[in-house]
Design a protein around this ligand. Structure first.
Ligand code: HPA
Ligand code: ZN
Length: 339
């Protein structure tokens, strides 16, 4: 199929994004603008040189640059601008629902208070709901390279904002920081009414996915690429309809896979796994939702039925209510019926 035809089909699909780190949507142009107004000097002299630095061999090399970039965010307006830029971008890609991560500790550890961070993000999400018709859920992620005690402090700091935080997640350096390290804080988070997800099996082994399910009791796995090496785990994911929020351009950028045609998403769909596609850190990995769909569809030669399934799976796996899910899924079915 012609490039432009497939791109325009993907553009038209109503989409849900369930795996997006707001700090990872920080485009260099906005980073420079905010650095300037906050009188911070970036270690780059141009936007081109920033983009030049975005070459990674693994997750840790990316994280070092990602945390450095986030340091220019100081004021509520900065967090608003970051979130609003993301929402306007995905609005242009026909994204209808987002469930976004933020990393409180990346900011509170530098002296920026929890309420500054969340108020900026929340104001933009509300504006996105009202002006762009994008519904949202907000997920607070614990940084797994830090201690469980530090995660408990973050949980405590979040409590005044419990009503606007829907769930907790677990991100950052995976190897050597298994889900089990956060057993108690995930239990305490659930007791506060938070839903649970965790990054697992991105660089780490399938055992980390088991731990996320059995020890943390998460309802969705972020990434989960490594599950295919373990048949019993695949069966569990299928039987319990546990969704995997996959991020194909991220996987190539961080060398989780060497080339897009090695991506496991098609095999996962064949096995009946609720696989979904998202962008992770699009400012760093060079692709928002459409690009992730497009690159995956072309490299793996996905059929329309597979593309449609991926789009529907994301709404199924979302935290929307059943009627809201049905509304979006009906729209996707109508759309594919019309092309
Ligand atoms: N993996 C783990 N932690 C992260 C990521 C990721 O892809 N992006 C932002 N924090
Ligand atoms: Zn992620």
């Amino acid at each position: 199929m012609e490039t432009s035809k497939l791109q325009s089909i993907i553009q038209g699909i109503p989409k849900a994004e369930l795996h997006l780190h707001l700090e990872g949507s920080f485009e260099p142009e906005l980073m420079f603008e905010i650095a300037k107004r906050n009188n911070i000097t970036l270690p780059y002299d141009s936007i081109e040189s920033v983009k030049e630095a975005y070459k990674f061999n693994n997750l840790q090399e990316f994280l070092d640059i990602y945390y450095a970039g986030a340091q220019v965010l100081l004021h509520e307006q900065d967090f608003f601008d970051l979130t609003w830029a993301y929402l306007t971008k995905v609005h242009s890609e026909n994204v209808k629902h987002v469930e976004v991560f933020f990393d409180p500790q990346t900011h509170t550890d530098r002296g920026v208070s929890f309420d500054v961070v969340i108020k900026g993000i929340h104001r933009a999400l509300e504006m996105g709901k009202n002006e762009l018709n994008i519904s949202y859920k907000l997920i607070m992620s614990y940084l797994r390279h830090l201690s469980e005690e530090a995660a408990f402090e973050t949980l405590e700091a979040s409590l005044p904002f419990k009503d606007i935080i829907d769930g907790v997640g677990l991100d950052s350096s995976e190897m050597g920081n298994p889900p089990s390290k956060f057993k108690d804080v995930f239990k305490a988070s659930a007791e506060q009414g938070y839903k649970l997800v965790a990054h697992a099996g991105e660089e780490g082994p399938s055992e980390y996915i088991w731990e996320a399910l059995d020890i943390l009791n998460v309802e969705r796995i972020d990434h989960g690429n490594r599950c295919l090496t373990d048949e019993a785990l695949v069966k569990r994911l299928v039987d319990e309809k546990i969704a995997l929020t996959l991020c194909p351009t991220s996987n190539v950028a961080l060398k989780v896979i060497q080339k897009m045609d090695e991506h496991p998403v098609a095999k996962m769909l064949d096995k009946g796994i609720v696989a979904t596609i998202h962008s992770d850190d699009p400012a760093y990995f060079g692709g928002y939702m459409n690009e992730n769909f497009y690159q995956t569809a072309t490299a793996l030669n996905l059929s329309f039925d597979q593309i449609k399934k991926l789009a529907i799976n994301a709404f199924e796996a979302s935290w929307l209510s059943t009627p809201e899910k049905e509304k979006h899924i009906n729209t996707i079915n109508d759309y594919f019926g019309s092309i």
